[in-house]
Design a protein around this ligand. Sequence first.
Ligand code: CAA
Ligand code: NAD
Length: 311
Amino acid sequence: MALFNSLSTRTFSQSARMSAAIQNVTVIGSGLMGAGIAQVAAQTGHKVTMVDIDDAAVEKAQKRIGDSIQRIAKKKFGGESAEANKFISDAIGRLTISTDAVSSVGSADLVVEAIVENLDVKKKLFTQLDQAAPSHTIFASNTSSLSIAKIADATNRKDRFGGLHFFNPVPVMKLLEVVRIPETSQETYEAMCGWGKAMGKVTVACKDTPGFIVNRLLVPYMYEAVRILERGDASVRDIDTSMKLGAGYPMGPFELMDYVGLDTGKFIVDGWHKEYPDMPLFEPSPLIEKLVQEGKLGVKTGEGFYKYNKK
Ligand code: CAA
Ligand code: NAD
């Protein structure tokens, strides 16, 4: 806890700046994705405020960031060294934590939302932030599957709204999907792409379609794996082994579902099923429903399809 700044100890300038270069970033949500986005932003020289409503989530995020940044520093500097320690302490020094979203956006150039995958909850948050953030602030959602246009509807800044979809684990995965809606201005789009590059990511342009590019392919693939299991055609381990050794994937579909979070997968598919009830690839899975009901959400709760040491 002591390593990180708390918002009350730092006063931000309240002046709104019209600048394309994004320097001050507020990340809302400190779960798997929010913590990763905040970490990489701090590592790449941005001033970052990471916000969560849940104190326990913030504690967990700090531990995750601490562990991850050590791995990054080790890789970057080839082991323990003064340079590695400086890299870590500089990054941590740029990171402030808060549990109050509204007061954390006062000097943000960019707000990246990475909270629960629920349209109403995201809209409620953005309505509040829209009133509190300076006019120049760009808003972005890291949603996996929801319509960016529907989220942006909650604000009066659709020209400064887009999707910034990162991948788990954020410090490692190189891709950033940049999603624009018809109202997103060219200036906003370029600022989002520029920031993605400053974060060390390769950006791709996506339309506001369900799952953008990666998840439109990946989520049906993972659910097809569950359907093979539900039909009794192969075991979890054999399916995972098959896709790793037969298709060269770094993780099998069940390992990946556990890694992403079964709840997140379920929110994605439930949302798509509601919107496209006739699409067989978007059918919910009874097995996933059961595991989520039992709180077996994957790595983050210690059990999903596999068992893990609780993190
Ligand atoms: N922080 C920092 N570094 C990390 C890390 C983290 N959280 N996780 C892994 N690493 C680093 C390790 O230090 C290691 O570095 P070196 O190669 O220099 O040693 C490297 O990454 C590989 O890690 P591991 O040896 O521990 O394990 P691995 O080789 O199995 O790789 C993995 C782990 C990168 C996660 C790999 O298994 C992988 O790419 N899995 C697939 C991940 C994926 O598909 N993500 C997308 C999910 S979908 C999504 O995110 C979108 C959505 O909306 C749901
Ligand atoms: P998570 O469950 O790990 O974390 C979500 C966090 O948001 C929790 O800590 C929760 O306390 C917090 N939160 C909920 N409501 C909040 C509010 N109103 N204000 C502040 N904090 C709030 O979820 P995650 O896996 O990090 O996913 C976050 C978002 O990123 C979702 O939209 C998800 O679809 C998307 N996403 C997830 C992955 C993945 O692999 N898990 C990958 C890409 C995108």
